[in-house]
Ligand binder design. Structure first.
Ligand code: FNR
Length: 377
């Protein structure tokens, strides 16, 4: 069985009963191989974090505000000096070709049409250059001067020379923001990539495996993967080799937030990696208020894990996030209906956000504050 093999073909029209991101999730399983489906959906351990990531949003009720003048309202936000049409980004997700042969080219073309940034993963199944090219081509087709800002997610490689190579390639390809993911250096996964899907950015680079020293009785400690995992020194090094804004992804601790600022990073994504790396982690929404306090408005905080509704976006912003990212839904929509599916999924999310802002009298993202929330607990 390969990731690209005989599942139901993608839909060519979007049925009218697809109205929410949950509808895409429900249908996606029919359009993707069972192995890939399990890999994409899985949470770590007993999957309590996976569940908590959704439940965290349900803890809050929204208090609507009526009769506000919404003329001139906008969802636009500026991050690192770059305009983003909405406070919603597509999170870096590896190997989009597991869902459709066009992979990241399809996803970023759809995101560009909806004026949304897709963060390209180090583990993309299309090269970072081709992804940037696809975004530009989609923008040109839409007669736009440029695509939405290009963001590249960096996984440190065992050797700094290879990491630097990725950074330089991203700079040359025109990426404007670097996301340094720090929470997934070691994790358990028994998923084997199908033969026709590869980490296109890492061709020719050495790869470390967690099982490499299994014969010597090593499990995690003492394995090359853990020994090569990046540290705060590496963040300092990254800061010294690039002018691009650096956003550290995968933090939940206010102390780490402070260290991140000390090391010169420009932003943080408060995230538990969609509950994939370790079970029992604090959900990002619970972690957010202390993180907001720690950074004292000096750098923006973004949030992901479990965002599925426009009201989730509103709640995250009310708690102090400047934007959110969505992970799995992009793969669900890509599997179900290719480019059209991803565009429709983003359209749903943007429409839900605008509706939620209108109902709560919020004319722009920076007017969304805690006063619209009631904690039910
Ligand atoms: C991810 N995520 C991820 N993160 C990252 O920084 N680099 C990566 O390559 C990947 N790859 C990846 C693959 C798959 C299949 C999933 C589901 C997730 C994590 C991702 O960026 C994000 O943090 C979570 O997906 C957010 O949670 P939700 O929206 O999926 O609940």
């Amino acid at each position: 069985m390969t990731g690209l093999s005989a599942q139901q073909p993608p839909l060519t029209t979007i049925p009218s009963d697809i109205r929410t991101l949950a509808d895409y999730e429900r249908l996606a399983q029919n359009h993707i191989s069972p192995d890939a489906w399990r890999h994409i959906q899985a949470g770590a351990g007993g999957e309590t974090s996976l569940g908590a990531n959704r439940a965290q949003f349900d803890r809050f009720h929204l208090v609507p505000r009526m009769l506000s003048d919404m003329r001139g309202a906008t969802t636009e936000v500026h991050l690192f000096g770059l305009r983003h049409a909405a406070p919603i980004l597509l999170a870096p997700v590896a190997y989009h070709r597991l869902a459709r042969p066009q992979g990241e080219v399809a996803t970023i073309s759809a995101a560009t049409a909806l004026d949304i940034t897709m963060v390209a993963s180090t583990l993309s199944s299309i090269s970072l250059e081709d992804i940037a090219g696809a975004a530009r081509a989609a923008a040109a087709e839409l007669r736009r001067p440029a695509p939405p800002p290009l963001w590249f997610q960096l996984y440190f490689q065992p050797d700094r020379a290879y990491t630097l190579d990725l950074v330089r390639r991203a700079e040359i390809a025109g990426y404007q923001v670097l996301v340094f993911t720090v929470d997934a250096s070691v994790k358990r996964s028994d998923f084997a990539l199908p033969a026709d899907v590869e980490a296109a950015n890492l061709r020719g680079m050495p790869r470390l495996s967690q099982s490499a020293n299994a014969a010597e009785g090593r499990i995690v400690f003492g394995t090359p993967l853990l020994d090569a995992a990046p540290t705060w020194d590496d963040l300092g090094w990254l800061r010294s080799v690039t002018q691009l804004p650096i956003v550290v992804k995968g933090l939940l601790s206010p102390d780490d937030a402070k260290l991140t600022m000390d090391h010169g990073a420009d932003g943080i994504i408060v995230s538990n990696h969609g509950g994939r790396v370790m079970d029992g982690l604090i959900p990002p929404v619970d972690a957010l208020p202390a993180m907001v306090e720690a950074v004292e408005d000096k750098i923006p905080l973004l949030l992901d894990s479990g965002v599925r509704h426009g009201t989730d976006v509103l709640k995250a912003l009310a708690l102090g996030a400047r934007a959110v990212l969505v992970g799995r839904p992009q793969i669900h929509a890509l599997a179900v209906a290719g480019i059209g599916g991803v565009a429709h999924m983003l359209q749903i999310l943007r429409a839900e956000l605008e509706l939620a802002m209108a109902q709560t009298g919020c004319r722009s993202p920076d007017t969304i504050t805690r006063h619209i929330l009631r904690d039910r607990t």
